[in-house]
Design a protein around this ligand. Sequence first.
Ligand SMILES: Cc1cc2nc3c(=O)[nH]c(=O)nc-3n(C[C@H](O)[C@H](O)[C@H](O)COP(=O)(O)O)c2cc1C
Length: 210
Amino acid sequence: MPHLLHLDSSADLATSRSRAITAAFAQAWTARGDDFTVTHRDLHRDPLPHFATNEQHWPAADRLPGAQVPAEQDELTARIHAELLAADVLLVGAPLYNYTVPSTLKVWLDHVHIPGALAGAGTQPLAGRPAVVVSSRGATYDAGSETEGWDHGVPVLRIVLGNSLGMDVHVVQTSATLADRLPELAELKDRGVTEFEAAKAAARELGATL
Ligand SMILES: Cc1cc2nc3c(=O)[nH]c(=O)nc-3n(C[C@H](O)[C@H](O)[C@H](O)COP(=O)(O)O)c2cc1C
């Protein structure tokens, strides 16, 4: 039974573009048949707790003897791992917040990026599985522009999901999302709309085929 793990992390529940794009993917996925199932984890509405205080808690798979880690934290990490391992495809809504991923998504990454469990040489149970990253950014970060390289959200997801976990990362991106709200970005309004429509179409295509 093909299963999708769908994560959202935008704090905007009304007009979020990343949520609209992940929803387009999920709709195309479920339209493929009743056996195409979904687990939806909303990291904004239902945030995961940060790690408990203990300098020895990471990586969980290679703890120093005697490390004191609260049982609830281990149980939560195990639950997050099981949820991810049960997924044939991972879908991640990742708005750009202060040039990186939202802190709610970062906590999820802290739970999954565990060398010796899900990551690292010889331990990549998710190797080759598709991960679709949906990135929405208020401004633009074009090659050759002053802000080229300022987006640290997609790169960290590529490194953790792709390099460390071995997943096959696809990126669907939309920029200039604030062009209809910020006067200084007003000239990018058309581009913002065009990129949003293209991103939804790309997500639908991936949802229908991955
Ligand atoms: C807390 C916060 C920080 C943001 N930081 C950035 C930023 O660093 N760069 C940027 O281009 N846009 C930034 N934005 C704008 C968002 O990237 C933009 O609104 C995007 O569309 C959010 O995704 P969403 O539409 O799925 O909510 C920020 C928005 C918020 C709420």
